[in-house]
Design a protein around this ligand. Structure first.
Ligand code: NAD
Length: 371
């Protein structure tokens, strides 16, 4: 009997259902090739879940996610559900809620330059040579989850010495939180190029000084074969533009990682090409880095490749189907090398007959997989 992998699909909103269809098509082709079965259970998340159930994360979705071996999320949100009314449900609550419920503490974002797309970046091609990094962002601690608050009528806090407001957010970490994210980074480096940059602000922040100590202790105990370098976050922001190829794995605190991963993503110049994985101790979640692109939803022109690259990460991290993941990566690269483009990654050198829509791009990848 063939192995069965259960995948919870969360197509969400906007272009979500269109790119999900391509992921299913590609997974079915891979399943046939590898002699394994992918079983899909679709559930509601985000705006569509609000429309149908009144909440962005219905209980049935949580159950489907917990029952699956991996979760594949497309994108959620859109202007239809935008609201400033705190009483109304918002699509993002679904995303934050599911991350929390699955205990996803590590967010992995690969940033790899596809040679065929070098023209899409705003940086010079020579600055981009060899860019292939993995950003490992801590996702459930740090500045976004520490104590925060706001006080009113605080003496001297207002203009000209009058009473005014005071607000605060706290960057807080516990040793075990730093150790487990560092472990994720070291393990990833071992199967990549063996180098970790640990990024902090240890010259100013106490939480960073503890971060550094914990990372170094774990390194000495278990990962001495991996090269470990410390870097201050302001320097990293600069180095990402100056010489991005120096980075293999970058591990950092929640907010630093939020900012640096967005900065790094722009090295490739194309949102439609960036995948991500969020890992915890149980079921992991995979999703493209882009949003629901409401401006192009329903037109059949969305780029499905970030979604397919998220599938590649799922094959690797959740199912350990490494050769299938390699084949999918090669198929995507092959399609790009042959000049095929969706509209968002096309440039003046793209032949009009090679500008294709969502489904055609999925078909091209399937063809390269021998489907
Ligand atoms: P976006 O990523 O949806 O779109 C930004 C621009 O990139 C748009 O012009 C869009 O057409 C284009 N784009 C994005 N993905 C593309 C793809 N696969 N193929 C072709 N073009 C693509 O960001 P936004 O416009 O700021 O947000 C739109 C909605 O998505 C908002 O409601 C936002 O809250 C939500 N959002 C969701 C997620 C998520 O689900 N994880 C992430 C970011 C934004």
């Amino acid at each position: 009997m063939s192995t069965t992998y259960r995948i919870c699909l969360l197509p969400g909103d906007g272009i979500g259902p269109e790119i999900t269809a391509e992921a299913v098509k590609v997974l079915n082709a891979i399943g046939e090739r590898e002699g394994v079965t992918f079983e899909f259970a679709e559930a509601l998340l985000g705006g569509i879940a609000i429309d149908e159930t009144g909440t962005a994360l219905p209980e049935s979705t949580l159950e489907a996610a917990h029952a699956a071996d991996a979760v594949l999320l497309a994108a959620i949100g859109g202007p239809r559900w935008d609201t400033t009314d705190p009483e109304k449900p918002r699509p993002e609550q679904g995303l934050l809620g599911i991350r929390k419920a699955l205990g996803l503490y590590a967010n992995l974002r690969p940033v790899k330059l596809f040679p065929a797309l070098v023209g899409a970046s705003t940086l010079k091609p020579e600055a981009l040579e060899g860019v292939d990094m993995l950003i490992v962002r801590e996702l459930t601690g740090g500045l976004y989850f520490g104590e925060s608050g706001r006080e009113y009528d605080v003496a001297g806090a207002g203009r000209d010495g009058a009473a005014g407001q005071r607000a605060y957010d706290t960057m807080e970490y516990r040793e075990f939180e730093v150790e487990r994210i560092a472990r994720t980074a070291f393990e990833a480096a071992r199967v990549r190029r063996g180098r970790v940059h640990s990024v902090d602000k240890a010259n100013v922040l106490e939480s960073s000084r503890m971060w550094r100590e914990v990372v170094h202790a774990l390194h000495a105990e278990e990962f001495a074969d991996v090269e470990l370098l410390d870097q201050l976050v302001d320097n990293t922001a600069m180095q990402l533009i100056r010489w991005p190829a120096q980075f293999d794995v970058v591990v950092t605190e929640n907010m630093f990682g939020d900012i640096l991963s967005d900065e790094a993503s722009m090295l490739t110049g194309s949102l439609g090409m960036l995948a991500s994985a969020s890992l915890g101790d149980g079921t992991a979640l995979y999703e493209p880095s882009h949003g629901s692109a409401p401006d192009i939803a329903g037109q059949g022109i969305a780029n499905p490749l970030a979604m397919l690259l998220s599938v590649e990460m799922m094959l690797r991290y959740s199912f350990e189907l490494h050769s299938a993941a390699d084949e999918l990566a090669a198929a995507i690269e092959g399609v790009l090398d042959e000049g095929w483009r969706t509209r968002d990654i096309a440039d003046e050198s793209t032949l009009p007959q090679k500008t294709v829509g969502t489904a055609a791009m999925g078909d091209l990848v399937v063809e390269r997989l021998g489907g």
